[in-house]
Design a binder for this molecule. Structure first.
Ligand SMILES: *Cc1c(COP(=O)(O)O)cnc(C)c1O
Ligand code: SF4
Length: 450
């Protein structure tokens, strides 16, 4: 299958253009000024149900919706476009709207980016002791864009999060100085947008660097859902599968962290075939997704999705709470609702599907899971715990927040029982000030590396 990409500039070339209503086309044109839009022939031909597209979760997942902006923003932007204002004025307003959508949640720009030999390693993030995130510069796009995308600032020029090949040796030095790092999570964008040759250059650098600590390479990707032909018929798909096999043969666990938002994404012959081929290489596929209004906010959808994943050999991993950025007001679900949906779905699957953890908020101090809602000494509370913490010692300790039916994010919560702060807050503040993890080695002076 040949990859055909569609975006703002060739919207009218989309084969189903005639099916879109005038209002819909207007919405796509306006919203995609602010948030990125890209689709492709697989999503259009095999995922979206065009007979009922207005409510179709795959359509809402990939095509910008009017309600993703505030009505006032949508109106103002439409007026500017209709009145043909100057490019500069338009860009100024777009930028204003973008800044209004909290483009840098959880301090992503300032924190977790280590410095080595006085140089900021701007293409990696190190927040949890065992794992670094790694953003290859050639992987900073996707086969199609999700409307809820929490990484949208990387695609609109608001956020520079790039790893240049020439920095590889610095990252390897950093790994050698921090032997607690066992996992490299290659992310993007979508790293599977890279040609096999490029991906292999990055992976080889790690494989050949003599890093006995390195146990797992993970690749975060939406390609199974948005372009399964990456593993079937792209010109370098065979080499890609060979690369996967090579990593596993070297005794390094390769895990594909598949972003799957809806069970529909698992229905096509192409995706099933791709999953089978990947698994044949010894690669493990794990799945994660945020909980999204209009797309997957029903327990039955999640239960179905987890069951189908288990059937196909995918391990359910995380359910996330939609992050406080971009179109969160459109996609967000209250924490109370998130907990209910998670639990009702979790109860419907066998133990094999209960590898999933959530609902989890990836916030500044760590990944915080809503364990439950209960009453303690007459006060209704959320029971919370860290699944991951900037300090690993925070993980697994239950703590309590006052119940709030409107809360959608950790920042909306206050401690229960009239306490002033959560147990981790003072230490978190301190860690932010030094911008250092407990036990992390940051070399600022010049030093020779082997
Ligand atoms: C989620 C996440 C990881 C990986 O955490 P795991 O619990 O090991 O999957 C690593 N770094 C950051 C910044 C993350 O948000
Ligand atoms: S695949 Fe990930 S990075 Fe790409 S658009 Fe979707 S959410 Fe964003």
């Amino acid at each position: 299958m040949k990859y055909q990409v569609y975006a703002r500039h060739n919207l009218d070339k989309i084969p189903i253009y005639g099916k879109l209503s005038k209002e819909q086309i207007q919405s796509i044109r306006i919203v995609s000024e602010v948030l990125p839009f890209k689709t492709n022939n697989y999503v259009i031909n095999e995922l979206i149900d065009w007979d009922n597209y207005h409510e179709d979760p795959m359509f809402i997942l990939n095509f910008p919706q009017k309600e993703m902006l505030k009505p006032s923003q949508f109106k103002a932007l439409s007026a500017l476009v209709e009145n043909n204002v100057s490019k500069a004025d338009l860009a100024k307003y777009i930028h204003e709207v973008q800044l209004n959508l909290n483009p840098h949640p959880a301090g992503q720009l300032e924190h977790n980016i280590p410095t080595l030999k006085g140089e900021k390693l701007s293409g990696i993030q190190h927040k949890y002791r065992e794992t670094i995130l790694f953003f290859p510069s050639q992987g900073q796009t996707c086969h199609a864009y999700c409307t809820f995308c929490f990484r949208w600032p990387q695609f609109t020029g608001l956020n520079e999060l790039k790893f240049a090949m020439k920095q590889t040796s610095l990252v390897i030095s950093y790994l050698k100085e921090n032997p607690s790092i066992t996992d490299i999570l290659i992310t993007g964008g979508d790293p599977m947008i890279m040609k096999t040759e490029m991906l292999e250059r990055y992976i080889n650098a790690f494989l050949n660097a003599d890093l006995p600590q390195l146990k797992t390479i993970r690749i975060g990707t939406k390609s199974l859902s948005f372009w399964p032909y990456r593993y079937l018929s792209d010109p370098d798909s065979k080499e890609l599968l060979d690369l996967f096999r090579k990593v596993n043969d070297r005794g390094i666990h390769l895990a594909l962290m598949a972003h799957i938002n809806h069970p529909r994404e698992l229905e096509t012959d192409a995706v099933k075939e791709a999953i089978a081929r990947i698994r044949e290489t010894g690669t493990q596929i794990r799945s994660q997704s945020p909980l999204l209004q209009h797309i997957n906010d029903k327990p039955a959808v999640w239960a179905h999705m987890w069951k189908e994943q288990v059937n196909l050999g995918i391990i359910p991993y995380y359910m996330f709470v939609a992050r406080d950025t971009g179109a969160q007001s459109y996609f967000g679900v209250s924490l109370e609702e998130a907990h209910r949906i998670f639990n009702e779905a979790y109860q419907q699957v066998s133990g094999i599907g209960r590898t999933v953890r959530g609902p989890s908020m990836s916030a500044g101090p760590g990944k915080v899971r809503i364990v439950g809602i209960t009453e303690v000494q007459g006060e209704k509370v959320f029971v919370l715990e860290f699944l991951q913490g900037r300090n690993p010692e925070w993980v697994g300790k239950p703590f309590f927040a006052a119940f709030d039916s409107q809360a959608q994010w950790l920042d909306d919560l206050v401690p229960a029982f009239g306490e002033k702060e959560f147990f981790y807050e003072q230490e978190y503040e301190k860690l932010l000030k030094v911008d250092k993890l407990p036990g992390q080695t940051l070399t600022t002076e010049k030093k020779q590396y082997a």
